[in-house]
Every structure is written in C-alpha cells, then in structure tokens.
Design a protein around this ligand. Structure first.
Ligand SMILES: [Zn+2]
Length: 75
C-alpha cells in the first residue's frame, strides 16, 4: 500500500510519500521537490499554506495516513 502525508514545506502544503521519519531530514515531495522536513512542529498557520496541486494530483494513487506521528513531535 502506498501512503502519503501532507506537510507544510517551503510555503506550500506538499505531500510526501510514506511516513515522516523525523524533523529536519531530507524528503522528496510527490511533485518531485527535494526539501527537508520542518525542524519544528508545523504551526496552525503553516497548515493553512496553499495546497500544492501537483502533489494533490499525484496523491490520488496513495492512501492518506493520519497525523499521529506529528502529534508525537509535541512530546
Ligand atoms: Zn508538491
């Protein structure tokens, strides 16, 4: 099963494949952008960044997984 998560990255809400492995690590978004995961728990404002529609399209073939790990970041 292919899964993805949304993450606020570089001023957009992008989708990343699989699981978030931690903070401040390299990831490639579904739209092909190489970036790093946030070094902090994303803020409410960051979650409101505009959706990357390229990721949105590519995410069709993936299953969204929830926000459980991000919740753990708060600990
Ligand atoms: Zn994207």
């Amino acid at each position: 099963m292919k899964t993805f998560r949304w993450l606020p990255l570089d001023q957009r809400r992008h989708a990343i494949p699989g699981e978030v492995q931690g903070q401040n690590i390299p990831v490639t978004t579904l739209c092909g952008q190489e970036t790093t995961t946030p070094d902090h728990v994303p803020t409410k404002v960051e979650w409101l960044w505009e959706t990357c529609w390229d990721c949105h399209e590519k995410a069709r073939g993936y299953v969204h997984i929830g926000l459980a790990l991000l919740a753990e970041w708060r600990g």
